[in-house]
Write a protein that binds this ligand. Structure first.
Ligand code: GAP
Length: 511
């Protein structure tokens, strides 16, 4: 059976072969952790953006959009805390010379213990069948309880050390847990050091410290500094949100696992401004909204879980991740953070400008609290691509690779295929192409046998193939083949736009 790692390799190979994702500047042997989206990748990415934008901006009367610049005044990053606190604790292995994030080494150690717990749970489930009570088992089974206590102990030690900025304590924890270099097994570690993740560059002709500016490490700050601009010009009333899609940059210590962790990536973030004291209620609201958005895609409810943060970021009073079951296991896909009034207060302090909302009902000013939802577009892309990648053996023994991409997100919605390259069939097929291409991204293909053309469309996730044959010339009907079940129906070509439109519409995801 293929391992999960094999699956990721296959997805990467498939993504390159079919024009979804290419390594960046490949002719120069590539640049580590940078990727380019190809002709189909850009379509899938745009569709994911549209799904998010529709859900956040179009479906909420009180959420509006923004497109702020990547460069911001450098004091922004002082105020946001990124200059002082946007660090990762790094550690080097003296033998292998490899560099790791200390927190990730510890997290991976915890994941191994969690996997042992899961194994015990699965075994018991099998033994007890329907009578199995997982909650009770987890609370009472001595092995599980002992392991869970071990995890809690590690989490507590890590949290306490980080809060006290005690990096020596983090190193001792790594040593006590006997964590070894994952690649070489060596336990010969350096001290743990903090490393700032922001990329610096210089502005215009000014050199030296005064000209230093940063590539934004999150899009959120563009929203905070525009809070009053949007509120006043849009006459927005609290609660309201500002949504933005854009590039962010982080000098990640280790960037790997394909497009999962890159140094240049795209975020889709929304800051929801609320009355202080209502943050718990809105935090729960956005957790529900966001998980609903994910699950509506039909990529398997079991593939999502919430993970509460142990170590809270410097701005948050509550935070969790929505994790997705990637080929590398469950990993963070989206973050939901209750950011308090940290950012607006801090920008007030550093800029000397008031960033307050006047509440006409209570006749008073206040600095709003904020709930943030923040999802990585590239991670969502990887989630969609890896989840949809399936290798199937069909009833007749033949094999096919199919991308079961949710139809609304599929890069190409329909392929128009004349059965033969003669007898007027290509001309008829072109006529259909012309009629459909305003509504959908379509492909025309007349090369090779029809079976091979179906396979090519399966491999890029096209939900519908329309075949034009001799009967089309007689009665204006075509066959429409559905990607997943491969069932074919004969329909009137005049109905194609409606039939496909109904099935690929974003609307279907919102019912
Ligand atoms: N404004 C809050 C913020 O930026 P975050 O948890 O650091 O929070 C939010 O990032 C999301 O951005 C993550 O859940 C992830 O999907 C994505 N992300 C973060 N770093 C990334 C990276 N190096 N490569 C790709 N995506 C990344």
């Amino acid at each position: 059976m293929a391992t999960q790692e094999d699956k990721l390799k296959k997805v990467i190979g498939h993504a390159k072969e079919y024009g979804f994702v290419f390594p960046s500047s490949e002719i120069y042997d590539g640049l580590s952790a940078a990727y380019d989206y190809g002709q189909l990748g850009v379509e899938l990415k745009n569709n994911i953006k549209e799904y998010w934008w529709t859900a956040m901006v179009k479906m909420h009367e009180n959420i509006v959009g923004l497109d702020a610049s990547i460069f911001m005044h450098p004091t922004t990053w002082k105020a946001s805390g990124h200059v002082d606190a946007f660090n990762d604790p790094l550690i080097d292995n003296k033998d292998s010379k490899k560099r790791y994030r200390a927190d990730v080494l510890i997290e991976e150690h915890i994941q191994k213990i969690e996997a042992k717990i899961q194994k015990d749970v699965d075994k018991a489930k099998e033994r007890f069948g329907d009578a199995f009570d997982e909650v009770q088992f987890r609370a009472t089974n001595p092995n599980v309880v002992r392991r869970q206590e071990e995890i809690n102990g590690i989490n507590n030690r890590f949290k306490t050390s980080m809060e006290a900025e005690n990096l020596a304590g983090v190193k001792t924890l790594i040593e006590d847990l006997q964590i070894a270099d994952p690649e070489t097994g060596s336990r010969n570690w350096t001290d743990v050091r903090q490393f700032n993740l922001m990329f610096k560059t210089e502005l215009g002709a000014v050199s030296g410290d005064s000209g230093i500016i940063y590539l934004r490490p999150e899009t959120a700050q563009g929203i905070f500094v525009n809070f009053l601009n949007v509120q006043k010009s849009g006459r927005m009333k609290i609660p309201f949100g500002i949504a933005q899609i854009g590039k962010a940059f982080r000098n990640e210590i280790i960037a790997r696992q394909f497009i999962f962790r890159m140094r240049e990536f795209e975020q889709m973030e929304m800051q929801f401004f609320i009355k202080p004291g209502t943050q718990q209620e809105w935090y729960e609201y956005w957790k529900n909204e966001r998980i609903r958005w994910h699950k509506a895609l039909g990529m398997g409810e079991e593939n999502y879980k919430f993970h509460d943060h142990v170590k809270l970021a410097h701005y948050a009073d509550a935070a969790c991740d929505i994790e997705f079951n990637f080929p590398m296991g469950f990993k963070e896909l989206e973050g939901i953070h209750s950011r308090t009034d940290f950012d607006l207060m801090s920008h007030e302090k550093f800029s000397g400008k008031k960033l307050q909302y006047f509440d006409p009902e209570e006749n008073q000013n206040f600095v709003p609290y904020v709930i943030e939802t923040s999802i990585g577009l590239d991670r969502m892309f990887l989630a969609t691509l890896s989840n949809s990648f399936v290798e199937e053996t069909l009833e007749d023994g033949s094999e096919r690779t199919v991308l079961r991409i949710p139809p609304a997100l599929a890069p190409v919605k329909a392929a128009v295929l004349p059965l033969l390259k003669k007898d007027g069939l290509p001309e008829k097929a072109r006529e259909i192409m012309k009629a459909l291409r305003f509504d959908f991204n379509c492909q025309y293909d007349e090369k090779d046998a029809i079976g091979r053309r179906y396979r090519r469309q399966d491999a890029i996730g096209t939900p519908y193939c329309i075949t034009v044959d001799h009967q089309t010339l007689e009665d204006g009907t075509v066959t429409i083949r559905e990607r997943d079940g491969m069932k074919q129906d004969r329909v009137d070509m005049k109905d194609l736009s409606k039939i496909i439109g109904d099935r690929v519409a974003f609307k279907n995801l919102f019912v």
